[in-house]
Each structure stands twice: as structure tokens, then as C-alpha cells.
Design a protein around this ligand. Sequence first.
Ligand SMILES: NC(=O)c1ccc[n+]([C@@H]2O[C@H](COP(=O)([O-])OP(=O)(O)OC[C@H]3O[C@@H](n4cnc5c(N)ncnc54)[C@H](OP(=O)(O)O)[C@@H]3O)[C@@H](O)[C@H]2O)c1
Length: 321
Amino acid sequence: MTMRQTWEAMRKYWPQYEWANVGAMIRNMSKPPALCEDDFSGRLVVITGATGGIGYHTAHYYAARGARLLTVNRSAEKSEALCASLRRDFRADCDYILADLSLLENMHRVGQALAALDEPIDVLIHNAGLYVSKRQVTGDGLEMNFVVHFLAPFVINHLLKEKLKRQGRGRILFVSSEGYRFAVWGLHFDDLQWEKSRYSGLKAYGAAKLAQILTMHILAEELAPSGVTVNAMHPGMVRTNTGHENSALYRYFKKNILDRLSQSAELSAQALYYLGVSPALEGVTGRFFHFTTEEELAPPAQDREAAARLWEISLNLGRLA
Ligand SMILES: NC(=O)c1ccc[n+]([C@@H]2O[C@H](COP(=O)([O-])OP(=O)(O)OC[C@H]3O[C@@H](n4cnc5c(N)ncnc54)[C@H](OP(=O)(O)O)[C@@H]3O)[C@@H](O)[C@H]2O)c1
């Protein structure tokens, strides 16, 4: 972003900031997620990135309450181990689709496979994610955060939405992050792939999560008449494997500082179950939750003009146009 663009973004967003909302976010960090005790027997739940961390705990949480699991992962060995554990502990139905969600061809394959299912998807959780402190480029030449956090869910949802509309029910959940706030002045539309700007792991992560939230608004509006809902959530600051591919210094910092301040991913699973199953969320769409507490989004994440612009760009980038 040039100085002039930053100045324009500041003039646009600064007056809209409600500082009380930042206070609410800080208070929500210590508020435990609401609990849903309903059974979910026989219902189909799709989770991406269920071989570790939040996705893994969430798959177990749903399976323990009767759900059937279809997960989308990049490791066959870890997927087998996950399904073996769900079958052994809960006699759950478990299957998986192998896919590297950093690759366009793989996202298309996943979207098409889900669209071809001849049964309803009750909950679809876009969870796969990563934290990379150095810029990485995917096999398609795009920036890794942008692709895994944003473009993969965008493509999959696009290919799936006609099926979801026909179903007339279903909930899409984005495992987002309060980290969207790192993109303080919005998206850099002239450099979405971080080719010109100085790369920062936190800012690139934040921008990708912001992109996810922006397009959520448009998808939620499109699906609303069908009864399908789309929401995003912050899963807490929880101890997982995230960032394991970064430098030894980062891993030391994570293990000795971040992990000590973090909570158990079981809480994220509890929140994702509540948001996916609770009758209290029936018809609620286009919202952002900190665990299960609704929050008002920061101004760049409410920018419908930016959302529409990003939507058009992403149709091309995702080879959907
Ligand atoms: N942990 C936190 O405090 C926190 C806070 C806010 C938001 N989040 C979000 O929560 C989500 C889950 O993160 P986590 O903390 O549970 O991280 P994690 O333990 O590293 O798990 C990430 C999952 O995503 C999968 N994944 C990564 N890249 C993939 C790719 N290219 N294709 C397919 N699968 C891929 C991983 O597969 P492998 O097992 O093969 O590596 C793993 O299953 C992410 O979206 C993250 O941004 C986490």
C-alpha cells in the first residue's frame, strides 16, 4: 500500500471505528463458549484440515454426539489415524477426501466431490489453515495465506452452493480469527499476493482472514432465502500445531510463550459444535462470533464495496469465471 492509499484507507475507516468493540473483544477472550447438548446422530459434517489441532478436536466432538464425518485433509496417514480413532471411540462413520488445499486443481476436485454427494451436508467447517512467517508461493504462483485461508473455501463454496440451495438447510462455518484486525487498513487490492509490499506473517494472515469475512457477507446474502447460513468465528487462542513449519526461533517463542498463554482446542470444538448445531443459531447468518459470542466487525470487515471487488477478482483467480 502506498502512503497515499494508506491515508485514504485511514480517512475511510478511522471515523467508523467503535472503540468499545475492541473492549468487548478483549472481554470475550475470557468468556467460555456456550454449550449445546443436542444430539447430532446421523447428520453429515464436513471439516477441512481435521488431522490436527482445532479440526481434529472438532471432528471428535461431533462424532461423540453421533455425527458422521467427511474430512478433507492432505495426509493419508493422518486421515487414516483420525478415522480409526473416531470409529474406535465412537463407532462413528468417517471418511476423507485427500487434497492439498493450496492447489487450485485440488480445491476444484473437492468442490465437485462435495457437490456430487447425494445426501445433504448439515455442517461444513472451513478450518484448514497455517501460519507462515516467511512468504510462500503455492504451485499456482499465489501467496499461501491468501490461498489456504481464503481462496480454497471460496472455490469450494462456489462449486457447492447450488447443491446447498437445493438442500434448503445447512450451516457453513469459517474458522476465522481476530487476527483479521491485523489488516488494519483493509486489503491491498493492488498487491493481494504480497509481491510488492514487505511481507509480514501477521499482516498476510490477517488479510487472508479479512478476505474470508468480506466474501462471507455476499455468500450469506445469496444463500439466505434457501435457509442455509454462513458465519465466521474466532476459535480462541488455543494450543495447536500451527506454525510448526516456521523457524526454530518462532517455534521456541510459540512453545515457551504463546502456548503457555493459550487454552485447549477442546473449547474451539465446543464453540464450533454450538454454532453448527444449536437451535439458537437457526436462521442466523453473516455474523462473526468470538467463540460463541457475537461481535460487531471492525470497519474494514464490513466494507461491502471491498467485498464486491474481491468477489469479482476471486472468481478469476479461482478459475470460476
Ligand atoms: N490456534 C489458534 O490459536 C488459532 C487462533 C485463531 C484462528 N485459528 C485458525 O484455526 C484453524 C485451525 O488451526 P490450528 O490452530 O488447529 O492449526 P493446526 O494444528 O496447524 O491444524 C491445521 C490443519 O489444517 C491442515 N492444513 C494446512 N494446510 C493445508 C493444506 N494446504 N491443505 C489441506 N490441509 C491443510 C493441517 O494439515 P496437516 O495435519 O497435514 O498439517 C491441519 O489439519 C486455522 O484456520 C487457523 O487460522 C487458530
